[in-house]
Ligand binder design. Sequence first.
Ligand SMILES: [Zn+2]
Length: 452
Amino acid sequence: MNKSGKLETPHPAYDEISKQAGEKKDSDFDLAITGGRVIDLETKMDRMADILIRDGVIKRIEKPKGKLRAKQIIDAKDKIVVPGLIDMHTHLREPGREDEETIYTGSCAAVAGGFTSICCMPNTQPPIDNQEAVKFVYQKAKDAKCKVYCVGCITKGQKGEELTEIYDLVRAGVVAISDDGLPVPNSQVLRNALEYSRMFNLPVISHCEDLNLSANGVMHEGFVSTTLGMCGIPSIAEETIVARDIELAEFTGARIHIAHVSTEGSVDLIRQAKKRGIKVTCEATPHHFTLTHEIIKTFDTNAKVNPPLRTKKDVEAVKRGLSDGTIDCIATDHAPHSVEEKEVEFDSAPFGMVGLETALGLVVTELINQKVLSWAHAIAKLTINPARILDLKGGKIKRNSPADITIIDPKASWIVDPFKFQSKSKNSPFGGRKLQGRVCYTIVDGKVVYEG
Ligand SMILES: [Zn+2]
């Protein structure tokens, strides 16, 4: 009851999120994001709203009222406001190849691309296969512009033979285990890894490649590789291991996450497995839903990736998989390489391209504008879905959640210029490409860490 003796009536709720009784006045907020279209699949929100942030946390989400007082105000009129993007597959090259990327420079590239959280893969030099190495990453990550989560190795030295001390890695804070860059060729070793990881409900991220089938391949095995006289990597090099991993996941009851799905056959296998109730999730990269093996005719080594760029039919299948929910996440597989390393003949160039700063533009241009995905579903694959798989706190715009937010201008067109990237490496085949959708602000724990 208030002073006049009347019962307090609740403030009219703005849908499910209402102003809390006893909440402080506007000027006590650190940041207000006003008048934007807020899209969040987790809370089923797609409407104009003001967001008020204090102490790094989302405190209020309410109907736009025009005038707000806060220490900092961002006018998000005509902008789209989404949960901070999460990239569950990033290579940061530290330790070992700090000339190509460090945890810090990778985080700068991440926030420039709208990512507020990234998960770094353990195939560094040396690989992240013990507790000390995980601690090193988290120590370095304290200076990063975004949140950095560490993935640990499945096997010691990524040699595929002896399991790492998985419990030690979990205690040091890894969010998943993976030998990414390489498969785990020995099925018994992977079975043991799945049985251990199940005890901690930890996802195992699988790089699916039969090394005997991919052998010396440098691009997709097909018409183009034959024409160019290049050694091919057949689709079955990926699909046989996807099939094996699904069987092992079913047998052990553990969770498997298939990295960078690239073929029609893989998408079909995962679709069927999900129907059978097997705990399998997967991701696709922007380059695998955008480019085909035709680009290799230019001999651009920046388009040399593993798994390789496939056929038009595969690209269509990946898009169908994204659209029908078979593919849960969009992940960059950001793989920095120096100019010197890539400026060699095609056969000797390393695999990989950078992706953090082009991912959102490609999602908007290739998926949203082409009506493959709605805004809400596209953003979910970059936010709440990876957050659920890895058990991260972010990925949603919800009261009392961390204020990790990305503000996007959906109409802004821009031309990709790799030499303007924040990443230390420039190995992108998208230079000169026109994209729509640009990051205006990236906000981590209520602080603006990037302004575009
Ligand atoms: Zn990989």
